[in-house]
Ligand binder design. Sequence first.
Ligand code: ADP
Length: 493
Amino acid sequence: MMLDRNLKILLVAAEVTPFAKTGGLADVAGSLPKALATLGNDVRVVMPKYRPISDTIRTLFDFPVQVGQRRETAVLRESMLEAQMGDIRRTVPVYFIDNYHYFDRDNMYGYWDEAERFAFFCRAVLEMLPRLNFQPDVIHCNDWQTGPICMLLREKYSRDPFYSRIATVYTVHNLRYQGNFPREVLSLFNLGMEVFTPEKVEFYGSFSFMKAGLVYADVITTVSSRYAQEVQTPEFGERMDGILRKRSHDLFGIVNGINIHEFNPKTDPRIYRNYDINNLADKKDNKFALQRELGLPERDVPVIGMVTRLVDQKGLDLLDEIKDELLQEDIQLVVLGTGDPHYEDMLRRMKEKYPDKVAVNIGFNGILAQRIYAGSDMFLMPSRFEPCGLGQLISLRYGTIPIVRATGGLADTVVDYNPETGMGNGFSFDHYSAFELLHTIRRALSTYRDRERWEKLMRAAMEADFSWNRSAAEYLEVFDRAIMKRREWAQIA
Ligand code: ADP
């Protein structure tokens, strides 16, 4: 059965660039819909309306949402994303679910009633659809906050013909964040204990938002092929590997793209000096300006950058182990990040001990991030695991050579440099070990000294295509598959 390609798609995510962002999920949720829209699909996005999102967005209507015993009100607001590819221009409507009680708070996440906030959100997303007169072919759910939508569709809404044909695709951006809560949370969805079984949503005694997505979605994706394999093993499976193995025929990996217009060293207004593949020498001005801004000596030494959440996943314990040996080298290390206080302190101490070699900025700063991508020679991502990773993709685009651990999306996108053949676009190591990390950085440093080889590497990096168009085409295939499966199941094909 061939499906027409003009699909109606609703993407649901807890964060969407440029409205709200804490990590890579936001970039995907802000970019993929634009690419899908320019390919001719009717794509819409929905997310919560957090406090900092400007009030200038348009208000559409409000409607009641049942959350356990509470009857809450959702206010639906709307803004949009502008998409452009060549001469094609499209707008993607972005809906915001607003509720003073749940979302008018200082932060996006981290509250005692997290389960209730996102239970409300999931139910509101489904309730808004008939009121908008929008019946998607597929709902694309992302990460734990949206998992229960897949469950609600099957367990609660499927008898209603408006909902029964809607297929679901559930994308895991990071399996570690699962949204596991006490079983009582189930009552927020007004579902009975009959779904609280290991085959359904029970997860080691808890109700798991993530599992509700993994069990009920028609198709599951992860954000790289390697990660799709890895999550089926106990080492990476975060205790979900059993269910993922069971669903392996419905599990696909699609590597994220990046917005190549936003991340373009030739036009990026955030960096000190624009450059491209024909003006690689201009990249160096970015290095000197970065050193000046961060108070490092202005010298032509290899600068290694890191822009990252400071959490265990990102391999900071490896950096901790090798720091003293590494900083014997004539290099500079520039870190921007925020997160675990333990790693923030570790970095501050490094900076105190090596003030001429280390610059540390604790915080989230989109402008400085770009200046680091542009001004560094190398970009470090020694992750313990990495579902896709955007940092290495952005750094490749800026001709900044990634040094990564070959896991998840890092393994799919960074090809280890082979000095014999000259092939590769970065440096990678297999085992999560400090020794291998140090050795790999040293390999990069010695290659750097050979200007000709290094420039060849920079060119290979900048020429790689990680635009969204390729990923969007793969998502469309997966959406088709989910829709066919749903229609067959509903016997209305
Ligand atoms: P994750 O989603 O696990 O945080 P990714 O590499 O997929 O990791 O995405 C991280 C994104 O967030 C990148 O675009 C990176 O540049 C950005 N980022 C991370 N930390 C910061 C920070 N402190 N300031 C600015 N941008 C950051």
